[in-house]
Design a protein around this ligand. Sequence first.
Ligand SMILES: [Fe+2]
Ligand SMILES: [Fe+2]
Length: 148
Amino acid sequence: MTKQNILELLNHALELEHAAYAQYLSHAEIVDGINAEPIIARLKEIANDEKGHQDKFRTLIGVLGGIPSMESAPTRAAKTIKQVLELNLADEKTAVDTYRNILNELKKEKGKGYYDHLLEHEIRHILTEEQEHITEIELLLGISGNSY
Ligand SMILES: [Fe+2]
Ligand SMILES: [Fe+2]
């Protein structure tokens, strides 16, 4: 794995975060009904976390001498609260799997440079927050603990 490969993985992650941020905020505007308010609040809170992840990935890419992507991964529209929650749960799982893969790739690089430790630390932190998002969405869907 070269530094260029790592930068590609990080830019892909950044594009996932761009998509997640826009999708959560868009979905927050289509949720309505008697149970809407706590769900809207949760979607906006998660969107804010995704924005923080964008910042972290941009910084990591910059530290490695790369150019942070301005592109976005695809987003998906939803029509009902259930759809909103199910779509975002699936995307959170994709994020967790993607970041686990980056961590596995980085482990193979151990000892090759001091950047690896910073990367590992930051990505593990982001991964933990994505797992929290899964827990929060599972709770709203009434399927706690059943995603994995
Ligand atoms: Fe994220
Ligand atoms: Fe997330």
